[in-house]
Design a protein around this ligand. Structure first.
Ligand code: S3P
Length: 432
C-alpha cells in the first residue's frame, strides 16, 4: 500500500491510541507462567502482539478472546507442550527473544523463524547468556541468527551485565530465571524498560531490585506464580506520533489519553520539553505499578535543537527517528549519538531516516551511531520508503503534515505491526 499525506492546517482533538505493545506481549508471555487464569483488558490487537498470541497457543497455552478481554490460562512454569511445527515469530523481536528464554528451560524441542527483517536481527545478545545458563540453542551463524532450534534443558544461574541495556535480553533472562532455583541477576548501567520485573513482582515472583550506582534485578525461580489482572495503558511510542504532530503543525493542540509514562519509557516527551515544546502530563495516576497520564501537547514554534546521548537512548529508543523528524523544525542543530542500536531494529533506522530525508531534500549528516539534523528546514515533500518498518512509515507521515507538496509513503501497510488504525486516527485529528 502507498499513501500520500498532505499539508495540514491544524491537528486538533483527543485520542486514546492503541495499548502498549511491550506490556501486551508480557501480559501473555508472563501470565502463561502462572498457575491459573489471568485477565488482560485492553490488549493491543496488532501484528506483533497477535504473533505472541499465536505462538503461545502453539506452546499449548489456552488464550480466550472474550469481547475486549483476553483470558490466559497459565500452565504453571512447565506445563507447556512441545510445538508441532516451527514457531513463526513474524516481525516480532520481543516475542522471539522473550520466548527463547522460556523454551530454553522446557523439557522439549522447539524451533523458531521469522520474516525477512527478523531473520537479519542479532540473536547472539540473548543466545550467548542463555547458553551460559546451560541452554542448548543452535541455528545459522552458530546460533546467532534465526532460524534457531532449542533443545530444552535444566537451567542454571547467571549474573549478567546487560551492556546494551536491552529490555528484551533482560526479560529473556528473567523468564529463564523463573525456571531455575539458582539466582539469575541482570545488571544495567542505564536502566532499560522494567515492565517484566514489575509484572513478575505483581505475580508474586521472588524479585529483588537494587538501584544504587547500577541497576540490578535478581530472581529466584521455580516458585509458583499467581495469575493477575492487567489493564494495558496506551502506548507512549504510538502516542508520540501525535505529540510530534501537535508540536510542529501550527495552531495545534492534542490530548492523548491514558498513556503509559513509566520513566523508562517517556524519554521522548522529556526531550520534547527540553527542546522547549509545550508538553503537559495531567491526571497522573498509577495502575498495577505502572504510571499513566493524559498528555497535552500544543504547537511549539520556538523549539531549539538538543543533544541526545547514550544515556538518553534506552527510554526513547523507538522514538529517536521521530525526534529526528521534529528536530528539522527546531532552531539550530540536533545531534544524536550513542544510538547504534537503531541499526538493528525492524530496519536500520539510522539509514532509513537519513536516506528518506535525502529523498525529500532534508539536510542531515549520518553518523555511525546517530545523525546530525539541521533545524528550521522547509519540507518540500516527495516519495519515501518505509523499509517495511512501522515506525518509519508513521514518522514520515507526521512530516508529511508540514510538507509543501505532500509525502508519499511506499509500503505503508507495515503500520499494522503496532498501530493498525494509524491512518484512520490521523484523519480524525488532522484539519485540512
Ligand atoms: C522492547 C524493547 C526494546 C524496543 C522494542 C520493545 C521490549 O528493544 O526497541 O520495540 O518490549 O522489551 P531492545 O530490548 O532491543 O532495546
Amino acid at each position: 500500500m502507498e499513501i500520500k499525506i498532505t499539508k495540514a492546517r491544524q491537528v486538533l482533538g483527543e485520542l486514546r491510541v492503541p495499548s502498549d505493545k511491550s506490556i501486551s506481549h508480557r501480559s501473555i508471555i508472563l501470565t502463561s507462567l502462572a498457575k491459573g487464569e489471568s485477565i488482560v483488558k485492553n490488549f493491543l490487537k496488532a501484528g506483533d502482539t497477535l504473533t505472541t498470541v499465536s505462538v503461545y497457543r502453539s506452546l499449548g497455552v489456552e488464550i480466550k478472546e472474550d469481547g475486549d478481554i483476553f483470558r490466559v490460562k497459565g500452565v504453571n512454569l512447565f506445563g507447556y507442550k512441545e510445538p508441532e511445527d516451527i514457531l513463526d515469530m513474524g516481525n516480532s523481536g520481543t516475542t522471539t527473544r522473550l520466548t527463547l528464554g522460556l523454551v530454553s528451560g522446557q523439557n522439549f524441542f522447539s524451533a523458531m523463524t521469522g520474516d525477512d527483517s527478523l531473520r537479519k536481527r542479532p540473536m547472539a545478545r540473548v543466545v550467548d547468556p542463555l547458553r551460559e545458563m546451560n541452554a542448548q540453542i543452535d541455528g545459522r551463524e552458530e546460533g546467532h541468527l534465526l532460524p534457531l532450534s532449542i533443545r530444552g534443558q535444566e537451567l542454571t544461574g547467571i549474573e549478567f551485565f546487560n551492556k546494551k541495556s536491552s529490555a528484551q535480553v533482560k526479560s529473556a533472562l528473567l523468564i529463564a530465571g523463573c525456571l531455575t532455583d539458582k539466582c539469575v541477576s541482570v545488571v544495567e548501567k542505564i536502566k532499560s524498560r522494567d515492565h517484566t520485573e514489575k509484572m513478575l513482582f505483581a505475580m508474586g515472583a521472588d524479585i529483588q531490585i537494587e538501584e544504587k550506582e547500577r541497576y540490578k534485578v535478581s530472581i529466584k525461580g521455580k516458585k509458583e506464580l499467581n495469575p493477575v489482572e492487567i489493564d494495558v495503558p496506551a502506548d507512549p511510542s504510538s502516542a508520540a506520533f501525535f505529540a510530534a504532530a501537535a508540536a510542529i503543525v501550527p495552531d495545534s493542540e492534542i490530548l492523548l489519553k491514558d498513556v503509559l509514562v513509566n520513566p523508562t519509557r517517556d524519554g521522548f516527551y522529556r526531550k520534547l520539553k527540553e527542546m522547549g515544546a509545550e508538553v503537559f502530563y495531567i491526571n497522573e495516576k498509577e495502575k498495577v505499578g505502572e504510571k499513566i497520564a493524559d498528555i497535552l501537547v500544543k504547537y511549539s514554534p520556538d523549539m531549539k535543537g538538543i543533544k541526545i546521548t547514550k544515556e538518553d537512548v534506552p527510554s526513547m529508543v523507538d522514538e529517536i527517528p521521530l525526534l529526528a523528524i521534529v528536530a528539522t523544525q527546531a532552531e539550530g542543530e540536533t545531534v544524536i549519538t550513542g544510538a547504534e542500536e537503531l541499526r538493528v531494529k525492524e530496519s536500520d533506522r539510522i539509514k532509513a531516516v537519513v536516506e528518506n530525508f535525502k529523498r525529500i531534500g532534508v539536510k542531515v549528516e549520518e553518523l555511525e551511531d546517530g545523525m546530525i539534523i539541521k533545524g528550521k528546514q522547509k519540507i518540500k515533500g516527495g516519495i519515501i520508503d518505509s523499509y517495511h518498518d512501522h515506525r518509519i512509515a508513521m514518522g514520515f507521515a507526521i512530516l508529511g503534515l508540514i510538507s509543501e507538496e505532500g509525502i508519499t509513503i511506499k509500503n505503508a501497510d507495515c503500520v499494522f505491526i503496532s498501530y493498525p488504525n494509524f491512518f484512520e486516527d490521523l484523519e480524525k485529528v488532522v484539519k485540512h
